[in-house]
Structures are given as C-alpha cells and as structure tokens.
Design a protein around this ligand. Sequence first.
Ligand SMILES: [Fe+2]
Length: 489
Amino acid sequence: MLRRCFLVGTGTLALPAMAQSEAFPLGVASGCPRPTSVVLWTRLTREVPVAWAIAEDEGMRRIVHTGLATAEARWGHSVHVDVEGLKPGRPYWYRFTTNGQESRLGRTRTAPAPTDRPTALRFAFASCAQYEHGYYAAYRHLAAEPLDAVLFLGDYIYEASWGRNLVRHHAGGRATLLHEYRERYAQYKSDPDLQAAHAAHPWIVTWDDHEVTDDYTGDIGPQDPDPTRFLQQRAAAYQAFWEHMPLSNAMRPDGPSLRLYDRYRFGDLAEVSVLADRQYRSHHACRATLTRGKPLENCAERLDPGRTMLGAEQEAWFASGMARASARWNLLAQQTLMAELDRGPGERHVYWADGWDGYPAARRRLLEAVAASPAKDTLVLGGDVHSFWAADLKGDFADRQAPTVATEFVGGSITAQGPSADRLKGMAAKNPHIRSALSEVNGYGLVVLDARKALVSFRTLADVRDPKSEITTARRFAVEAGRPGAVRV
Ligand SMILES: [Fe+2]
C-alpha cells in the first residue's frame, strides 16, 4: 500500500515514518558517494519533468546546485541525477519537486578527498531484506546511526515467497518479467523504514542472487536452465535493479549486462572495493543447482583452477587495485561468507556449492591479491547466509598455522530467516578459523575505523516480527591495524 497523504517541507529526518508527497511514493535516495559527486534518486509514476536541488544546510537555504530531470517511462519513471562539483567530506541535503509537490528532504554525504585524513569513518553493512519475514525496524535503526555510508551487500528484494510465519505478503508471485520486478521493488520501497534509511545516508550497493532468482550463476537460473530465456529474465531484473537504486546514469544496464563492481575512496583511511559475484561466475560445480544438491562432497570439479567467481576481467581489476592500494583499511563489500566452511558431520567434508566454497581456486587467487597488497589491513564484509559471522581468512584454511591475511565479518540479515543456532555451533566448532557465529537474530553490521583499529558491532533486533523493535549490540570485535584477525571485545 502506498501512502497517500501530504506532508510537505517538514525538514527534519528525525521523524519516523514520515509521510510522502503522493508524487514521490517511493521516497528519495542517494548513493555512489565520491569526494565531489553523489547520485540522487527518486521514482515517479508518470513521465514528468522533475526539478532537484542540493544544499549545504538542512533548511535548504544555501542551495549549491539545481537542475531538471525527466522521469522517463522507458526507465520506469526513475530519476538518477549525477551531481558534480560538491565539496568533499561533508553532508548535503536535497529535494525533488514536480508539479508543485515536494519530495521529502534527503540527506547525503560526500566522501573525504583522497588527501584528507579523516580521524574516523563509520559504515553499516546490511543484506537480505525478505519483506515477508519481518518488519524493517533494522532499517529504521540504521537510519538513526551516524554513518558515512551504508554498504548494501545483496538480496534487497526477494523474487519469490518462502519461509515460515510470514508477517506480510508479496503482492505478486515469482517475478520473472520487468513489470513484476518493478512491482516488487515498489512494494519493498513503500516501507517507511526503508525510505528513512535511504533518506538518511548515501548507499553503496551490490547485489546477490535474489535480485534476479535464487542461486543463479552467470547465464543459468535453477528455474530456467535455458540460457537464452534466462538472460532475458536477467536483463529485466538488472534493469529494475538499476531503476530502483541510487546508481549513476553511466551504470545503466545494457541488456543482461550491468557493471556494478567499483571502488570508493574515503581519504587516506579507507578504500571500499565493491564486488559483483553473480554475473560472471562459473556454473555450480558438479551441476549442483540443476540437481538441487547444493552440498558438495567428493566433487573434484569444485577444485578446478579454471573456475571463477568474479570473472577474469573483474578479477584482474581487483588484483591491480590491491597492488596499488594505499589507504589504511581495505574494505571488500561482497556478497557471502568467504571463509571455508566444512559442513560435513564427523570425518566427512561437505561444502556449499553456491558460496565461495564452490569456487576455492578463485578465493585463493583473491586472497593472494590481498596478501600481496602494500596495504596490510583488509576487512571482508558479507551477507547472504542470514546469520552473523567473524572469521580469519587464510591462504590455506587446512593449515591452522597459516597466517591470517584478512578479517571477515558477515552482517546477518535485515529480516530473512536463517539457520538454527545449533547447526551453526556445530559448523563453527569444526572450522577453527571461524571466530564467532550468531543466528536466529536479525540486524546489520557496523564498522567504525580509525588509524589504529576497526571496531565491528553486530547490531541485532529484539524481535524482527515487531515493527517497533529495539536494537542492541549483540557482539563487538576489534581488529588492530597491522594485526589481522578478530578479537572479541
Ligand atoms: Fe539472502
């Protein structure tokens, strides 16, 4: 249900569930924060001219840029404005206007200049917001955090219904066509708590599988293994994703291709590499998807060095970036648990086909690039597995003495249901590089960086089924600069 009430020019972001002007039913958003630019986003329901303005103050008195955009039907009446010429490392406020109606006020923030030395940076990392599994209280709390940016790591929508004890329902069935994906985004984005999270911070986004379909790999989807048909579905899904995310006009998809991987620099303190691990990856080893047998045991193909998660081009781009990295902290914003996770009971060795464990050679190459980097402090941030994890990433997971080359944190899920705590306990016990595992709770991760350390918090809701749920920090970890590995604090 879209909200249909008027509330114009209230000017503050502190109000929960602020009503929207009916011309802007899906709210506003910003993203891709650079030192002098940012992307502003909204979506309308008609092809109309839309004015935008961005200001240095919350009262919109010191306006620094204005412009006119068109909400084109071809792109779902979405508006993406690449604003240039901004000052680095400071907040801005923005608003859209059409036909005498104003959007809510959005707040964004530019990244510090490459030569700046920010004393601290704060990022939330979030993923997996299945609309039916719970309310978006986590998004409301995320809106209230002081942040430089939100890193969204995939499964912003779910293409299909699943799970138990649903608190609300998708309006349609399984999405495969453009209008169905658009309707799904519109329903998710009608949620006032999600709108508040977008209006409060710039987002840096990547996707996982559910923005298209569960467990797809490159040009194959489990529901439709015909690549020609599946690529049409992927094109529709990628278009709807671009239409609904604060992504640059330069990132517009071309059929089933959209280059999402990118790098964001935050002064001398952090560089964020955003990875995209679905579009270019090899198919599941031992045909795991097509036989619906995702746990792999004794599958030699899994170890094939030719298997790729990122594709050759992205892999080379990543390695060259690591080779000249110079920020204190490297953050990898990617989809899923990277640490090896042997799920086999007893002496058996069982690995999940769809995660990094299905692509161990690609993982080794990525971690070699990290280990060879002149920048020694790398944090890998992930989602997908609907549980919270802290892990030491090693070049060789079988060798308990192998040095830790990076520290990993997986930030739970906004709502999506995950594995039982008992299952996690067993898996964590078998894999000694796993430092912490937490499930049956929802929320997001928070990382606060300074020159000496990274502090990572697992922020968890009291009850995802309660729209007013409170949030607390369930666990907190420190990573000291120069000493990879998570220490619980
Ligand atoms: Fe998910």
